[in-house]
Design a protein around this ligand. Structure first.
Ligand code: SAM
Length: 298
């Protein structure tokens, strides 16, 4: 049922021979310096990178990340060609501005006073009429100063995360921004629902890393009111999407919480469980180890 990758000896999804271009992609990946994610993001996979990198294919065609968040795995792998996507338009606008204008973004954003009063003033202005560049500055400022790197909106779609008086950490440097921008040059950045993106884009030999928001059989972990935000009713769409990726001869790697809700996926594809330190509530008492799973098709 599987082809063998002649370079690594690993099994590949059916119909997915390694070609010269993919081999080049691997060599170029190895030569590039990695960049650190510039966002704090609830559900970031920063602490799981060694596990995820170990479970990424040795070589592939394009890298596709449909739930991109802070793009921790993308910045680590630094692939030659990629598509990064998310349903959150503010986040995608910020990636586009970071790609094109990292220096200006850094100097404008670091100029804004880092205090509670300014935070709430900027928060109320995010919903107003702004240029794409100013919206990106505000989004970045709010992300770096809000409670626990959360992105949450109220029913009217307005960002409503409170100011974090502690635990915000220092800002990334201008050089960090430039490294991120360099990595993003080869990325196509898109605002889309995950399933539409995969249907439209995935081709044989691509590698798709999926990291949907974690939901549990007993309820969602973070409440979000963004229309189309991944929820219980999307588990069937996720399952169809994994099959589609496999049938097109591409690789997938899925991260999920270990929970009954993923039972059918685990039964179909198998899974590996591992423990990860998570900061659920933003307080040290909320730091706990949680069991996560990875599911892949090779
Ligand atoms: C757990 S986070 C991804 C974290 C990312 N792996 C990282 O390292 O930061 C999940 C992301 O999925 C996005 N999302 C939620 N529903 C979506 C949907 N239906 N289609 C695409 N993206 C969605 C959220 O906006 C969020 O950024």
């Amino acid at each position: 049922m599987y082809d063998l990758d002649l370079h690594t000896g690993k099994q590949l999804p059916l119909g997915r021979p390694l070609n010269k271009e993919q081999f080049m992609n691997k060599l170029i990946c190895d030569d590039q310096a990695q960049a650190k994610p510039f966002l704090r993001w609830a559900g970031s996979k920063r602490s799981s990178i060694p596990k995820l990198a170990d479970n990424s294919p040795e070589s592939f065609n394009r890298y596709i990340e449909p739930f991109v968040g802070s793009a921790a795995l993308f910045f680590h792998l630094s692939p030659k060609q990629s598509i990064l996507s998310d349903l959150n338009p503010e986040l995608i606008n910020l990636y586009k501005q970071m790609k094109e204008r990292p220096n200006e973004l850094h100097s404008e954003f670091t100029r804004i006073p880092r205090d509670k009063e300014t935070y709430y003033s900027i928060r109320s202005r995010l919903s107003g009429k702004l240029s794409d560049f100013d919206r990106a500055i505000f989004m970045l400022y709010l992300n770096r100063n809000c409670f626990n790197g959360l992105y949450r909106t109220n029913k009217a779609g307005l960002f409503n995360v409170p100011y974090a008086s502690a635990g915000r950490g220092g800002y990334p440097s201008a050089d960090d921004f430039i490294s991120c921008s360099e990595r993003l040059q080869s990325a196509n950045v898109v605002c889309s629902d995950f399933q539409s993106l995969i249907k439209a884009e995935v081709r044989s030999g691509d590698f798709v890393y999926l990291d949907p928001p974690y939901i549990k059989s007993s309820g969602r972990i973070f409440s979000e009111y963004v229309k189309g935000h991944f929820a219980h009713q999307d588990m069937g769409r996720l399952s169809d999407t994994l099959r589609l990726i496999h049938d097109r001869g591409a690789y997938f790697l899925l991260s999920f919480i270990e929970d009954e809700i993923a039972h059918d996926l685990v039964k179909e594809w198998g899974a590996e469980t591992y423990l990860v330190q998570r900061n659920i509530s933003g307080f040290s008492s909320g730091r706990r180890k949680s069991s996560e799973i990875i599911i892949k098709n090779w």
